[in-house]
Design a binder for this molecule. Structure first.
Ligand code: FAD
Ligand code: MLT
Ligand code: ZN
Length: 462
């Protein structure tokens, strides 16, 4: 430990694990975006709330910038450390702490992987319903810091809905115990809610008390092949009218091509331009008849050309893989990601406009459309041609994102539906938030972190 600042930190917290090997700096200094060259000062891996406090007190005393870090599956550069920051990884704080049957809550450390949270809830006969493909690697702290969405938002909402209480270490090392799992609490500003979606800029989430719900009903998974983009929202309406939807997700033939190349099983002989994976409650004859009625109505209207319904859990998983495998299958192409949303009612008009806009803007690139269409959330991924330099590719994509941001502003949508602003979407924050809102956010950040230590350069420049 040659750096005297790190020696001071180690002296303040003798059991704190610190890593400074080049391989560790690289590993912990980046997230899934792979766009920035990692260059952190060191990695701190606390094992307790007290150690997190010691890190933040030391950071305040030495004016060291700190990047809170979970599973680093983020897609907006939020956990990137490229300017000598200390990475504060919650990885070792990954245990369940308490289950309360009466309150129906599970209290966990912030570094617990989402999948481990699912398992802990299920061991107690209940469900933590936020879910998405990064479940094995992302942390609940990162989910809270980004207000993660995922594939079940249509039924259960975003992470925000499920946070009953939070323990947070502030920039100067104080502990805040926010809301303490109260169901009713009208005692002023809800700082717990302010922390959710704050992307590591307002405090370090160290523990969370999660609300749990009943186990989901028995379900079926259906894959639909669609004939046109125009029919997409009509199919959604036809299914939502008749069924209790647990998920309604969309992808295109180009997305399918990539997941199939990654080992997924081909669903239909013929190739169709658009696909939907939907999951819905079954369990009695009326529900099963409703599912068939929805399917037949869509076939008759000419919106759907083919369909398959899962006959087993294995087949349901196979169908889900077609949707959930997309991100991983695109990763080798270092995609430029857009994660946009509009109100569901605006989606047909927005889809039409965006399709025309991107068709013109990106004639030379492969563009992959997929997403949580039932929530009004589209993921539009642009793939880098192998021969093109990363910088040039990003510059070109950013020009198009400016146009997309204008369209979103006109449709009153959001430039980040669920991944967060981080570094990637920082230049476009004003397409979604008014100058007055951004000024207030700056004020909140200054009040909570006067030295601008926490996650510098993310969300907006402090
Ligand atoms: P990180 O990437 O480590 O960090 C994300 C942000 O949170 C950073 O700003 C970081 O500073 C901050 N942070 C992390 N931990 C803390 C903490 N304890 N206290 C304060 N701040 C903290 N996201 C969705 O919303 N929906 C999806 O469907 C979805 N699918 C995905 C599928 C794949 C295959 C992948 C790779 C990613 C997907 N994501 C999705 C994005 C990502 O998984 C989520 O944003 C997730 O919530 C990030 O969690 P993490 O622990 O990896 O956070
Ligand atoms: C998804 O829904 O699969 C994601 O949020 C990840 C992505 O956009 O790649
Ligand atoms: Zn998503």
């Amino acid at each position: 430990m040659t750096d005297s600042r790190l020696a001071a930190l180690q002296a303040a917290a003798p059991d704190l694990r610190l890593k400074t090997e080049p391989g560790d700096l690289e590993h912990y200094g980046r997230d899934w975006t792979r766009r920035w060259t990692p260059d952190p000062l060191a990695i701190a891996l606390p094992g307790s709330v007290a150690e997190v406090q010691a890190v933040m007190r030391w950071a305040s005393a030495h004016a060291i910038k700190v990047v809170p870090s979970g599973g680093r599956t983020g897609l907006s550069g939020g956990a990137v450390a490229a300017h000598g920051e200390l990475v504060l990884s919650l990885e070792r704080m990954n245990k369940p702490l308490a289950f309360d049957r009466v309150d129906r809550t599970l209290t966990v450390q912030a570094g617990m992987p989402l999948e481990a949270v699912h398992n802990a809830a299920r061991e107690n006969g209940l469900e933590y319903p936020v879910d998405f493909a990064a479940r094995g690697s992302c942390s609940i702290g990162g989910n809270i810091a980004t207000n993660a969405g995922g594939i079940r938002v249509i039924r259960y909402g975003n992470t925000r809905e499920w946070i009953a209480g939070l323990k947070v270490v502030t920039a100067d090392g104080e502990v805040l115990d926010l809301n303490r799992a109260l169901v009713k609490n009208s005692s002023g500003y809800d700082l717990r809610q302010l922390m959710i979606g704050s992307e590591g800029t307002l405090g370090v989430i160290v523990e969370a008390t999660l609300r749990l719900t009943d186990p989901p009903p028995p379900t079926n998974v259906m894959l639909l092949a669609l004939t046109s983009f125009e029919g997409l929202m009509e199919v959604f309406a036809a299914f939502r009218e008749r069924l209790q939807l647990e998920a309604f997700e969309f992808f295109t033939d180009i997305a399918l091509k990539h997941v199939l190349a990654h080992g997924a099983v081909k669903p239909f002989e013929e190739v169709h331009p658009y696909y939907v994976v939907t999951e819905f409650a079954i369990g009695d004859e009326a529900k099963e008849a409703a599912a068939m009625a929805a399917f037949e109505a869509c076939m008759e209207a000419g919106w759907v050309a083919d369909g398959v319904i899962s006959q087993s859990d294995a087949q349901a998983q196979q169908l889900w893989r077609l949707r959930e495998g997309i991100t991983e299958s695109l990763a080798p192409h270092v995609p430029y990601k857009n994660d946009v949303s509009v109100r569901i009612s605006r989606m047909p008009a927005f889809l039409k406009e965006t399709q025309a806009l991107l068709g013109q803007a990106y004639p030379q690139f492969e563009v992959v459309w997929f997403g949580h269409i039932g929530d009004g959330n589209l993921h539009i991924n642009v793939l880098k041609p192998a021969e093109m330099a990363q910088d040039q590719f990003v510059r070109e994509c950013e020009q198009v994102t400016k146009l997309l941001a204008q369209a979103l502003k006109a449709h009153e949508g959001s430039i980040s539906a669920e991944h967060g602003i981080g570094l990637v979407k920082k230049p476009y924050l004003d397409s979604t938030r008014s100058p007055a809102e951004i000024a207030l956010m700056r004020g909140v950040r200054r009040a909570m972190d006067p030295q601008a230590l926490l996650n510098p350069g993310k969300l907006f420049d402090a």
